[in-house]
Design a protein around this ligand. Structure first.
Ligand code: ZN
Length: 247
């Protein structure tokens, strides 16, 4: 089973469409690790499109804030303003859709899905020490997480934890990771709609456990078109600018 793994789409329809076009014909099932909305200008369009994928979806912190399941008090002022704007845009059925999203961890065909950390969907996993819970306690050898918007992850084998930095450079579309036996993985496909790892291209992964390969993809998209829509919507300037830098 080839899985398309999407995360942190953040209401960026142009980036999502570019990713789906690049991945066309290369996957059978889809998973989404949360933060479908928040920050970006297209919350309804993105939810509508994601629903057509019939994906296994878990919620992220921005989904919770946008649909009223969590207040946005923990958010910085810029994120809070975007969450309030998003909430005002959502059509009733899309609000209901977000409210009904399950939290992780969820298992799908041998993959485990979480938004943040294994025990706390709102916690960030940046450092190896933060990855240990997920690596050791997840029900699956391969677990995907999001939330940080950094593509890459961690592996654990024979008491040895390693950082995986496997990002396709500017000239290539994907970098492949070989899944080794007796090894556990905690992997981040990167963010579709607001990458923060220095590469502004939309990020996602395609996992093929039958052939023990996971591809980490980067796809360019029309960033300026998204920035124009954000300006017209009156979304905060820092959110508009950062798309061009991928930071
Ligand atoms: Zn996010």
């Amino acid at each position: 089973m080839r899985y398309l793994v999407l995360s942190d789409i953040h209401a960026n329809f142009t980036a999502l469409e570019a990713a789906l076009a690049a991945a066309h014909g290369r996957w059978e099932r889809a998973a989404c690790l949360g933060d479908v909305v928040g920050y970006g200008p297209d919350p309804n369009e993105v939810i509508d499109r994601v629903r057509t994928l019939q994906a296994t979806i878990i919620r992220g912190n921005h989904d919770k804030a946008a649909c009223g399941l969590a207040d946005a008090e923990d958010f910085n002022p810029v994120a809070r303003a975007a969450a309030q704007w998003t909430r005002a845009q959502l059509r009733a059925e899309n609000l209901t859709f977000l409210q009904a999203l399950p939290h992780g961890p969820i298992e799908a065909d041998g993959l485990a899905l979480i938004h943040g950390a294994f025990h706390d969907e709102d916690e960030y996993v940046f450092a190896p020490a933060q990855a240990l819970d997920g690596l050791l306690e997840s029900p699956s050898a391969v677990t995907f997480f999001g939330h940080t918007h950094f593509q890459g992850g961690f592996s654990f084998r024979d008491d040895k934890l390693e950082v995986i930095q496997l990002r396709p450079d500017g000239g290539t579309s994907f970098a492949a990771l070989r899944v080794e036996p007796a090894t556990r993985y905690l992997l981040n496909p990167g963010s579709i709609g607001q990458p923060r790892d220095g590469d502004p291209r939309a990020a996602f992964a395609i996992a093929d456990l039958n052939h023990a390969v996971i591809e980490f993809w980067r796809v360019p998209y029309d960033i300026e078109a998204v920035q124009q829509r954000m300006k017209r919507a009156g979304l905060p300037e820092p959110l508009i600018l950062r798309l061009a830098f991928g930071r």
